[in-house]
Design a protein around this ligand. Structure first.
Ligand code: IPE
Ligand code: IPE
Ligand code: MG
Length: 246
């Protein structure tokens, strides 16, 4: 039985963001090391990206590595970085075939030159694609992104290109690293943790949050459909009354 037929194609979220969590715990349950969990997690990335593209979702943002993840043991960081570069290299032809555009949000200056060059190459190879945008959050933290935006805005004010009175929500949004990407309507976090871990704080002000106990490597397209269906059954009021929405 698949849940895909229950999905209302006219009520799809335009943008789904995912905190892909639980790789380490999944591996430990199999008696393997954490790296094995990260490697296996790539299967879920593939499956969820395909499911999202097939449904017609326009933006899929995946939290792949946070600023805080730099505090992990160096073995794990190195394994994650090579997994990242190798996966992008291996999957680039599939992205091109499927008209998927690759984007990155995050502090790319933290990455090694090799890693950054490889990613930039793939970004430019897919830049003309106009199907789904697959956004990888890499060395990303929402605090970093917001502070970076504040610095840009301060510079505009200092250079007399912007009046302080004209700073509004749009100005902040337009100076974020993720500018041009609509806010997500749905945020999924796997692994049972119920926190945001410094992801997209500005952008999720009115996002529907969906938590599941499934660990990322066991999260399948059917689990993704379940999250979409739950999203479609929520009433998004944006501060108004139910009656006003009718
Ligand atoms: C998510 O899985 C992947 C990254 C954060 C890079 P974890 O590595 O956090 O796995 P757990 O949460 O320890 O199980
Ligand atoms: C969040 O997962 C970051 C990513 C999924 C890339 P973490 O495992 O790093 O988050 P915490 O430490 O549980 O908050
Ligand atoms: Mg984790």
């Amino acid at each position: 039985m698949t849940n895909i037929n229950i999905i209302d194609r006219n009520k799809l979220p335009q943008h789904v963001a995912v905190i892909m969590d639980g790789n380490g715990r999944w591996a430990q349950k199999q008696g393997k090391d954490r790296i094995y969990g990260h490697e296996y997690g790539v299967n879920s990335v593939r499956e969820v990206a395909r499911a999202a593209a097939e449904l017609g979702i326009k933006y899929l943002t995946l939290y792949a590595f946070s600023k805080e993840n730099w505090k992990r043991p160096s073995d794990e960081i190195n394994a994650l970085m090579s997994l990242l570069v190798n996966t992008i290299k291996n999957e680039i032809s599939i992205l091109i075939e499927n008209n998927i555009r690759l984007l990155v949000i995050g502090d790319m200056s933290d990455l090694t030159d090799d890693c950054r060059n490889e990613i930039n190459k793939s970004i430019s190879q897919t830049s003309a694609n106009n199907g789904m945008s697959l956004i990888l959050a890499l060395s990303y933290s929402a605090h970093w992104e917001i502070i970076d935006a504040v610095k840009k805005i301060a510079r505009l004010v200092k250079d007399n290109k912007l009046n302080i009175e004209d700073i509004n929500e749009n100005v902040l949004t337009e100076n974020l690293n993720s500018k041009g990407i609509p806010f997500p309507e749905l945020l999924i976090r796997t692994s049972g943790e119920k926190r945001i871990s410094n992801f997209l704080l500005w952008q999720i002000a009115y996002t529907e949050l969906y938590f599941t106990d499934k660990l990322w490597p066991e999260f399948s397209k059917e689990d993704f459909y379940k999250a979409i269906i739950e999203y479609q059954n929520r009433e998004r009021r944006f501060g108004m009354l139910s009656e006003q929405l009718k």
